[in-house]
Each structure stands twice: as C-alpha cells, then as structure tokens.
Design a protein around this ligand. Structure first.
Ligand SMILES: Nc1ncnc2c1ncn2[C@@H]1O[C@H](COP(=O)(O)OP(=O)(O)OP(=O)(O)O)[C@@H](O)[C@H]1O
Length: 262
C-alpha cells in the first residue's frame, strides 16, 4: 500500500505548490490512474513515490514505512522495487533491445547466466522475442515502449510507475500498450500507478482513479464508486469524453442512463 499523508511540495521560486495537502491511498495489486492536466502535479506525485522528489511537508508511506527515513541502502533496494516507464521511453540507443533490458539486471547485481534467462523471459512477456538484437532506432514507438516496460520489470518490482507511458503513441498503439499493461497486471499481480491526461487510459484499464487540479486532489475512488456519484467531477469528465466508448458506458451505466448521455 502506498499512502500519501497530507503531502505538500513547493518548488523554489514557484507561485503555488505543485502538491497541496494531498492525502491518498493506493492499494496493493490495483491499477491506479492519476488524471490531470499539464502542470496539475502528476509527475511530482509519481516522483514522490520513489523519492526522486521529497515532500516539503507530509509523508509518503510504503506498507506503513516512511520512505523519508530509508537509509541509502534501503532506498536503493526500494527503488529496484519500483520500476518506472517513461513517456519518451529513455532507451539507450547504443545498445540493442536485450542489452537495454540486461543493463537493468546488471545494476540489480544479477549474474550473467541468470541475466540471459531473465531477458528471454521478459522479451516473451512483452511480445518482442524476435527483436532481441534490434537497435532501438529501428523500432516503432509501441515496440520501444514494450522495451521500456520489460526494462522496468527486470528486477521483479512490486510497483510499476508509468509516467504518461502512452502519451507519445497513436490511439491504436496506446490500446495495445494498455492491454499489455493489463495482461502484465493479471500475470504478475503487480501494483501499477499511471499518470496521464488521457481519459482513455483510465477507462480502458484503471481500477481506481484520482483527479489532480493545480496540486489539489479533487476526487478519488474506484471506477464503480466514481460512476455512482451523479454530480462527481470525474464521472462528468469520463462521460463527456468525445470518443464513444460503448463498453465503458455499458459497464457503468444503466440502460436508461446510457440512452440519456449518448
Ligand atoms: N523542478 C521544478 N522546479 C520548479 N517548478 C517545477 C519543477 N517541476 C515541476 N514544477 C512545477 O510544478 C507544477 C507541477 O508540475 P508537474 O510536472 O508535477 O505537473 P504534471 O501534471 O506532471 O504536468 P505535465 O503533464 O505537463 O508533466 C507545475 O507548475 C510545474 O511548472
């Protein structure tokens, strides 16, 4: 469980805090979406989870432990438990697909024989068995993100933190990467935290969602809870989304309501 307790983060020189008294709980094994516009504080929130940023006040707890109190060794170990996926993939272009993944395992201290086995497993998991020796520059955006996901999963983390993981991809590729994340979640029962400005991400795979606006947490809950709040901001946003999403509406609205909002 990740628990934010009254977290405030104010960057030096900024007019307003990037995070303003945010309290939030992210349960184990969930796919949790953090939705917000540009500048809402999403990246700051995500980076507080692996202590790339530290709150000015408040606490971030992992399974009840305050991560601010971790020793350097405990923090290193903890960071291996929090794989991160980036919007622009962040692959090393001078290394092949398998070398990109293997590097993460080398850093985690795994021996060479085990590394080779693990790279093969990971390539299978993300559907890139035939691309082990390819150079990143020769891959499509979706394939690059699959490498990014394999690399993030290398050390068998308990948490996968996705920083706008599909924002650089077209809609079809976004869907296939989201479906891959859902499949990984099913297979590994990992906790996935996604920050996004895309409603589709929330609709397609999230179990729970939180809405951030100007550093303030506006609303959070499971999708059924959110869709059951007639005047809720998130419900309104999700239904207002221009793209017709019959499956989503069918899941959360009664037949009469579906006709009303169509
Ligand atoms: N290192 C920094 N120094 C100063 N201000 C920062 C820094 N990082 C972020 N900010 C500011 O904090 C606020 C929140 O930024 P953050 O990147 O967390 O938002 P975001 O929702 O992730 O936005 P985006 O989707 O554009 O990345 C913004 O006003 C941003 O300008």
């Amino acid at each position: 469980m990740i628990s934010f307790q009254q977290v405030t983060k104010h960057y030096p020189g900024a007019d307003q805090p990037a995070l303003n008294n945010v309290s939030l709980e992210i349960g184990k094994g969930t796919i949790f979406g953090i939705l917000g516009r540009s500048g809402a504080g999403k990246s700051t929130l995500l980076r507080c989870i692996n202590r790339l940023e530290s709150p000015g006040s408040g606490r971030v707890l992992i399974d009840g432990q305050d991560i601010a109190a971790f020793s350097p060794a405990a923090l290193r170990q903890y960071r291996q438990q929090t794989g991160m996926v980036f919007q622009h993939f962040n692959l090393l272009h001078s290394r092949t697909v398998s070398q990109n993944i293997e590097l993460a395992l080398k850093i985690a201290g795994m021996d060479k024989v085990r590394r080779k086995q693990r790279v093969t497993e990971l390539l299978q998991l993300v559907g890139l068995e035939d691309f082990a020796g390819s150079w990143p520059a020769r891959l499509s955006g979706g394939q690059k993100q699959r490498v990014g996901i394999a690399r993030a999963l290398a050390a068998n983390p308990g948490y996968l933190l996705c920083d706008e993981a599909t924002s650089a991809l077209d809609q079809e590729t976004t869907c296939s990467v989201l479906d891959l994340l859902a499949e990984i979640h099913r297979k590994l029962n990992i906790t996935i935290v996604l920050i996004t400005h895309e409603l589709m991400v929330v609709k397609r795979i999230c179990h729970e969602v939180a809405l951030l606006e100007q550093g303030v947490l506006q609303e959070s809950g499971s999708l059924p809870q959110i869709m059951a709040r007639p005047d809720g901001k998130l419900r309104h946003l999700l239904l207002q989304d221009g793209e017709t999403d019959r499956a989503f509406r069918a899941r959360y609205l009664s037949e009469g309501e579906t006709r009303c909002v169509a």
